[in-house]
Design a protein around this ligand. Sequence first.
Ligand code: THU
Length: 147
Amino acid sequence: MSAPPVSELVEAATAAARGAYAPYSGFHVGAALLFDDGAVVGAANVENASYGLSLCAEANAVARAMAEGRRGGLVAVAIVGGRPDAAGAVVPGSAPVMPCGRCRQMLHELAALGGTDPEVIGVAEGGHTRLPLSALLPHAFGPANLA
Ligand code: THU
């Protein structure tokens, strides 16, 4: 399979951010997961009046992909976050949005099932930060520990 360019994955994350339900923080996030068959699965953050129950875009994307039956094959993840403009399009800030700790663990579960080390692409106004998930979550606990 030929991977779509990073710009297309970032576009998918930007489109996914349109689904954000973030009335409390006002911070809209979209995540797009790229799989080795070329499929892209996107999702947005979903907040809750009980603030601590809010769900990140990456966690929702992992849950969506796994609920569709995916068990591995994760090759890249793009994340776009920021305040929406008047037209509702997310505007990235100066710092790239990289996954929070919980989301790193959730991404690791899906990646580990297929033995991949996906590239994580965090988007900022001035460019992207690109790192392998293993650099963001070294020595990860995962399915292998319970085998
Ligand atoms: N958020 C994400 O969706 N992904 C991240 O990587 C960081 C934070 C969400 C959670 C909350 O709805 C809002 O951004 C502000 O923290």
